[in-house]
Design a protein around this ligand. Structure first.
Ligand SMILES: [Zn+2]
Length: 323
């Protein structure tokens, strides 16, 4: 999804909260974290995928009104409300979480997307840097930052106080995405806010970017997968280690009911709505057929999908990775 407009108007707000905890960890307390306003699961979830360690981080969460104005915008609002009710969810409000993921693969520490950053910190979001430290990962130890796409909730923590937040990391992203958002035409109209965030957070670090194409690997066992539609260069990532698989689906699907059970429904955040629908059907069709676990950036947890009607049903992970 794009950076919600209320965040872009916020100034830089002082972070408060778990500074003592971070100091006690002995790590550089680069960024303290405020408490999240909504509890939607643990701050961090760690699983193993073969020889990889996968750590999902709750950068934050926020509530938006009127989900029918975001998902199923080509449908009658009553159809959206009915599907939400059928799934025990309210029709008037929806919770969005933001979930960067870290993969430790041998000597590599790979961060997939960075969360909202300092501008959202006063609202209990932008917690990724603090959570990395709390989980023993110093910012300068991150070897690679993968940007699945350039929306503000994914690039917001690329810079901290005007300096690169992950100064030693190679940055891996799509050339299509970079070229799209850095084109001068993007600096006005609907793309202006994101384009300005790209100019502030990504462009100054461009010399560290390695462009990647679908089918190429970030590090051995982590492969980029074409998933455009949400944005022109949006990528998902497939992990495979010791015969086990996992997928980082990023923003291919942004609501675990509305966009998964009805993958064809238009989503206001998807720049090419038909391509995004095709991506959802192919990507989640594969995950369902092969029973591969995944994390979506805006999903409430790691989970699985199974076929259901014209789409898929989300099955949250419980203890299967822990026993
Ligand atoms: Zn997003």
């Amino acid at each position: 999804m794009t950076l919600p407009p209320e965040f872009t108007r916020r100034g830089l707000l002082a972070a408060t909260g778990a500074a003592g905890l971070l100091a006690a960890s002995g790590l550089r307390p680069a960024v303290a974290q405020t408490a999240p306003r909504w509890a939607v699961g643990p701050d961090a979830r760690r699983i193993r995928v073969g020889g990889f360690e996968v750590l999902t981080l709750l950068d934050g969460a926020t509530v938006r009104d009127n989900p029918a104005g975001i998902f199923g915008t080509d449908q009658p609002p009553e159809a959206v409300a009915a599907l939400l009710a059928q799934n025990f969810l309210p029709a008037d409000r929806a919770l969005f979480v933001f979930t960067p993921t870290v993969v430790r693969a041998g000597a590599e520490t790979v961060l997939f997307d960075t969360g909202l950053g300092a501008g959202a910190r006063g609202g209990g979001m932008g917690r990724t840097a603090g959570l990395l430290a709390a989980n023993g990962i110093a910012p300068d130890s991150v070897t690679t930052v993968v940007l699945t796409h350039f929306h503000g909730d994914h690039i917001g923590c690329m810079a901290e106080g005007g300096a690169p937040a992950f100064p030693n990391a190679r940055i891996v992203t799509s050339r299509i995405e970079y070229d799209f958002w850095t084109h001068p035409d993007r600096l006005s109209g609907r793309t202006e806010n994101t384009a300005r965030a790209v100019q502030a957070n990504v462009v100054p670090q461009a010399e560290r970017i390695s462009f990647i194409e679908p089918g190429q690997t970030v590090v051995p066992g982590i492969e980029a997968v074409a998933a455009h539609g949400h944005t022109p260069g949006h990528l998902a990532f497939h992990l495979e280690s010791e015969g086990q698989r996992f997928m980082i689906t990023a923003d291919a699907c942004n609501h675990y009911v509305l966009s998964l059970q009805r993958p064809d429904w238009h989503v206001v955040f998807d720049m090419d709505k038909e391509a995004a629908a095709r991506t959802r059907k192919s990507l989640f069709g594969m995950l369902a057929a092969d029973r591969v676990p995944f994390i979506g950036f805006h999903f409430p947890s790691i989970g699985f999908v199974e076929p259901l009607g014209e789409g898929f049903r989300f099955v949250p992970a419980t203890y299967q990775f822990d026993v």
